[in-house]
Design a protein around this ligand. Structure first.
Ligand SMILES: [Fe+2]
Length: 364
């Protein structure tokens, strides 16, 4: 989706100052132009201030002007701006850069454009050093000025939204798995390792890139339903009673429920729901058999068991590879997809644990 698709087009007839102040600062027109965005304009020459203000206001910006550093700092302290447009030289000193620093200290995402009648290499270097977003040469060309403002505001919006998405993504791919491990410390690092095993196996089986991405997410979150299992059961030192086993067996369904907001990731939810199913239909929660679980889901089933076997757990030592190979051969067509189980058994026999350590690019 293009950024501007997320917002209604609000370009109306000729814009007036009143329009500008009434418009939502979040409205963006078809060209990605943020209408009514607040601009702080700083210049010590009243003539320039008036001219640039007119250009900006005609383009729909809500302009606050300041003739000096003091007034600019005051304005920055009292209101947020989507852009600071400042003369580089206020009097004889490069106060434009100071304004850039102050603007960022108030709001880190405030973009700054400097205007200068003396464009030199030093000025460009200074602008770079002070993380100024762009330089406009005076006397300003109205079209160029507006195009620059529009681009800088849009780029800043995109950068901020990307950062928000990255944070949300980190919650999903880092915070949630840590939460699962805090709940069930016996499986420390389990989810991250299963991601690696499933992805290696999926690549070997020719699963396409899009499904592999979904499978990595499913592998990372497969035990998230354990959040709903009481600690007294999850951390019980001895064997579980049949009733307690029934509670544990609810975790795939609870995981499916927890992930309900991931509506566009139906397959991720399915594979989480199915990660304790078996090829022979004797698994849970649905007792699905054979290809009723899609290949990525069957890969997750096997990779999850592999990690449980190859790692030491509180109730068992780490199994040697030969013993795992024997189990996969024995369980081919029972617990596991027979082709998959044989592929893994052969691979482990040939390469040992390195079979699962191959980087995606070195698989074939
Ligand atoms: Fe599980």
């Amino acid at each position: 989706m293009h950024f501007s698709d997320a917002f209604p087009s609000r370009r109306g007839p000729a814009a007036t100052d009143a329009d500008a102040s009434l418009r939502s600062p979040h409205a963006i027109d078809a060209l990605g132009h943020r209408r009514g965005a607040r601009v702080l304009l700083v210049d010590d020459e009243p003539e320039v201030l008036g001219l640039v203000r007119t250009i900006l206001e005609r383009a729909g910006y809500a302009v606050t002007s300041a003739p000096n550093l003091e007034r600019a700092v005051g304005a920055l302290s009292s209101a947020p701006f989507e852009l600071v447009l400042t003369d580089l030289y206020l009097g004889d000193t490069e106060l434009g850069h100071q304004i850039a620093e102050v603007a960022r200290s108030r709001r880190p995402h405030t973009p700054v454009v400097v205007m200068t009648g003396r464009p030199t290499f030093d000025a460009a270097q200074g602008a770079l050093r002070h993380r100024v977003d762009d330089i406009v040469v005076k006397p300003v060309d109205p079209d160029h000025l507006i195009a620059t403002c529009r681009r800088v505001i849009r780029d800043t919006d995109l950068a901020r939204r990307n950062q928000e998405l990255e944070s949300a993504n980190r919650v999903l791919t880092s915070v949630l798995p840590r939460t699962i491990e805090m709940k069930d410390p016996t499986t420390s690092g389990h989810a991250a390792r299963v991601v690696g095993y499933t992805d290696t196996l999926a690549a070997r089986c020719g699963v396409d890139a899009e499904q592999r991405a979904s499978l990595r997410l499913a592998a990372l979150l497969h035990d998230i339903g354990k959040i709903g299992v009481p600690d007294s059961i999850l951390r019980k030192p001895g064997p579980l009673t049949p009733d307690e086993m029934e509670v544990v067996k609810r975790h795939p369904a609870m995981g499916y429920e927890v992930l309900a907001p991931l509506a566009e990731h139906g397959d991720v939810r399915d594979w989480v729901y199915q990660h304790h199913e078996r090829w022979d239909g004797k698994g849970y929660p649905q007792g699905l058999a054979g290809e009723e679980v899609a290949l990525p889901g069957r890969i997750l089933v096997l990779a999850e068991v592999y990690d449980a076997l190859v790692e030491e757990r509180s109730y068992k030592p780490a199994w040697p590879v030969e013993r795992i190979v024997a189990l996969f051969r024995e369980q081919a067509g029972r617990h596991f997809d027979p082709d998959l189980a044989r592929l893994v058994a052969d691979g482990l026999e040939r390469q040992g644990k390195r079979f699962f350590a191959a980087a995606a690019g070195q698989l074939f």
